[in-house]
Ligand binder design. Structure first.
Ligand code: SF4
Length: 448
């Protein structure tokens, strides 16, 4: 049974030293009891106290790491059901499906398509982070292992969809160092698959013909000492998949049932086989409703643009403004003689404006000052993007020492700042730029 905050407080060091980030040991104990923070954040809990509490105070949902180096993905670890309650922490990852049942031309075409979608949006790389490699018995083990090798060459996290322990072992031989997911334990093979997965040190995905069989198989694997697990949402229908994903997440977070507290895999290429439009719609649904890994038949820009935008909105901490660092951003090979523009540090504003500036091809210096991570009009209304704050930043960052050009464009929405800025930045020509970023390309070209 879960410990209450008071139980944890009784075992706490009671130093109130704040090193854990909480103002008091009592506040920290309450957070630990809610599963919002790990007991390890306090360096002073005795080993005995930790051992007594570790199981009871573990977050309700396990955090699983797969992949290595730059490809490492963290899955699970959520503490709330709804983003507005606090924040979601580990975003959904998308996998493109390959199968050894596919002919060579299809496989080559799919492999060539995967790297094509790779772009940045508000500082985040958007691409298919995973490849699902499904084993078809009739194609044989050799073809499967060859396919795994080809997929591994794309440098993504692999999910090996294979339920035969011997084939799984052969496939892991060629890719286990990259920490793939072995997705193939079920009620009849879980002991053998557990031995293969733990032997290779990889996470194990679990199937069940219904939620109750899935639950029992996870419990049996836990008894064998394996908690490096993921569960598969039921692929019988959309309704069943949704039901598994939601029921398991609710049981983990609300009822503290740790056997349900694992990241999920939702295989849309099985649930909506061949229907790419339905898959795209379902990918959005399972991004919102608890898919940790969502498998799709393809990820082109048509799927990626809305999906990654949705994911980024959902997995951004609403308590923290999305900001970029203040500084001078040199665009299109700008130097000290290039024209200057300024705007706020709100990440969305920065990326939209810098994208348009890049598109213009005109060398320019984009000067970003600390405006609290708010949009232009909001920060202006809050007094964080004013003639005084801009002039102060110019002084602090020694802009005049770094840039010789004395032309500064300000956003059209704060044209009202022009007069004040001319007074506070003597020697600078203040130019009012357009109100909308999309008009910047023509504006800059005309100025040239
Ligand atoms: S770090 Fe430990 S001892 Fe210090 S306030 Fe936090 S819980 Fe208390």
């Amino acid at each position: 049974m879960a410990l209450k905050g008071l139980d944890i407080f009784k075992l706490s060091p009671k130093k109130n030293c704040k090193e854990c980030g909480s103002p008091t040991c009592m506040a920290f104990s309450m957070k630990v009891a809610q599963g919002a923070v790990s007991i390890d954040k306090c360096p002073y809990f005795s080993e005995e106290a930790k051992a007594a509490m570790s199981e009871a105070t573990a977050p309700p949902m396990k955090t699983i790491k797969v992949g290595t180096g730059d490809n490492e993905c963290t899955l699970g670890g959520e503490t709330v059901l709804f983003r507005h309650e606090k924040t979601f922490v580990n975003k959904t990852r998308y996998a493109v499906n390959l199968c050894s049942c596919m002919d060579d031309a299809t496989i080559e075409e799919k492999l060539a398509m995967i790297p094509k979608v790779d772009y940045e949006r508000i500082g985040e790389r958007m691409y298919a982070e995973m490849i699902y490699v499904n084993y078809a018995e009739k194609a044989g083990a050799d073809k499967y292992v060859e396919l795994v090798k080809k997929a591994a060459a794309l440098n993504r996290v692999l999910v090996l969809g294979v339920e035969d322990p011997e084939v799984a072992k052969a496939a892991l031989e060629v890719c286990k160092d990259s920490k793939p997911i072995l997705n193939g334990a079920n009620a009849s093979n879980f002991e053998a698959m557990n031995a293969v997965a733990t032997g290779a040190g990889v996470a194990l995905g679990v199937f069940g013909k219904d939620d109750s069989e899935l639950y029992d198989t996870i419990a049996a694997l836990e008894k064998l000492g394996n908690k490096n697990l993921l569960f598969n949402a039921n692929i019988a229908s959309v309704k069943d998949a949704y039901s598994t994903a939601v029921r398991f997440r609710k049981a983990a977070i609300k009822d503290n049932d740790r056997t349900c507290g694992y990241p999920s895999i939702v295989n849309l290429s099985k649930i909506a086989s061949g229907d790419l439009h339905l898959q795209a719609a379902l990918a959005a649904l399972f991004t919102v409703k608890y898919g940790s890994v969502v498998v799709m038949d393809q990820m082109t820009y048509a799927e990626a643009n809305p999906l990654y935008g949705l994911r980024q909105n959902l997995f951004t901490d609403p308590q923290k403004p999305m900001k970029v660092q203040p500084g001078i951003y040199q665009i299109n090979g700008a130097d000290e003689n290039s024209i200057c523009l300024t705007t706020v540090d709100f990440a969305l504003t920065y990326f939209v404006v810098s994208g348009e500036l890049e598109r213009s091809g005109v060398p320019c210096n984009l000067i970003i000052n600390d405006a609290g991570g708010l949009s232009v009009l909001t920060s202006w209304a809050a007094g964080k993007f004013s003639s005084s704050s801009i002039a102060k930043y110019f002084q602090e960052a020694d802009i005049e020492g770094k840039i010789k050009c004395r032309k500064l464009c300000i956003p059209g929405k704060v044209a009202v700042l022009k007069g004040e800025l001319e007074a506070k930045l003597p020697g600078w020509e203040i130019i009012v730029a357009p109100r909308e970023a999309v008009q910047l390309v023509k504006f800059l070209k005309d100025m040239q």
